[in-house]
Design a protein around this ligand. Structure first.
Ligand code: PAF
Length: 285
């Protein structure tokens, strides 16, 4: 695996591959890699001939300076994991490479970026859409691989690529979970007190139970209220949102009415913001 820091070096590698008729996959990350990221690398290796993994802690998508400062950065360990996984290029640009002096463009996606995380993290999805657009154009990849844990992000990225006519396939891969069901996330590393880590498992448990109750016909409002209470009683300090949304366009749903739906949550435990989502399956849909 080669590590490159400059767009010109990335483009040089990609040009060679394209000349040889090879397809290119991109896995955008902010590092602190776990098996969720590595599953995206594996999907990219199955789906394309050459795989670029980007590691860039993107300052413009952080709405909280402390979150940006304390975001885990473990580049050497990440590089080792990626080499073992079989990635071909690690692209690790500096902030100055990504946002050179005078940088003045922001991409803002309306609609799917509103509500949910968008309502609680001002500017977050502008930062995501802008950096992902740049990564798409810099890498000229044929396909890009994202985790479904960030379900709203997948919608934002798909909308952005479609609206800007970027010729790339955006693939959403299933959420990877720890043995106790907690969705894998770089932020889980911050749950350092064992009691807190144990308490975190109530999130996937409560979410799964709520999805089954809604699919079984219980009223959505009642189920969501009870699930909020369960999370708060289980040690979560705040439930930012817990909502049922249509899978296709993230429209809010008050009832299932036979549609494909997702239950999405963001909640705080011991100063750590955790997000998760599960499909709510109705027989035959
Ligand atoms: O999901 C992430 O890690 C980030 O939002 C992404 C897509 C790498 C953009 O910085």
């Amino acid at each position: 695996m080669r590590t490159v820091h400059a767009v010109t070096d990335l483009r040089h590698a990609v040009r060679g591959w394209k000349r040889a008729g090879l397809t290119v996959g991109l896995v955008p990350t902010m590092g602190a890699l776990h098996d969720g990221h590595l599953s995206l690398v594996r999907a990219a290796l199955r789906g394309t001939d050459r795989v670029i993994v980007s590691i860039f802690v993107n300052p413009t998508q952080f709405d909280n300076p402390e979150d940006l400062e304390t975001y885990p950065r473990v580049m050497e360990a990440d590089a080792r994991l990626l080499a073992e996984a079989g990635a071909h290029v690690l692209y690790a640009p500096t902030v100055a490479e990504m946002y050179p002096l005078g940088f003045a463009t922001t991409i803002s996606v309306r609609g799917v970026s509103e509500g949910l995380c968008g309502a609680h993290r001002p500017g977050h999805f502008d930062g995501v859409a802008t950096v992902v657009c740049k990564l798409f154009l810099q890498s000229q990849a044929d396909a890009a691989f994202f985790g479904e844990k960030d379900f709203q992000q997948v919608h934002v990225v798909r909308r952005m690529a479609a609206d800007l006519d970027i010729p790339i396939r955006v693939e959403a891969c299933p959420t990877r979970r720890e043995a106790d069901g907690l969705a894998m996330s770089s932020r889980n590393r911050r749950l350092v007190v064992p009691g807190d880590r144990d308490r975190a498992r109530v999130l996937p448990l409560a979410l799964g139970d709520a999805a089954r109750a809604i699919a079984g016909g219980q009223p959505v409002g009642t189920v969501l209220a009870a699930t909020r209470e369960r999370l708060l009683a289980g040690g979560f300090s705040n439930v930012e949102y817990l909502e049922l949304r249509r899978e296709a366009d993230l429209a809010p749903l008050a009832r299932l009415d036979g549609q494909r739906a997702r239950l999405l949550v963001a909640a705080w435990l011991a100063g750590v913001r955790l997000i998760d989502n599960v499909p709510v399956s109705v027989a035959g849909v």
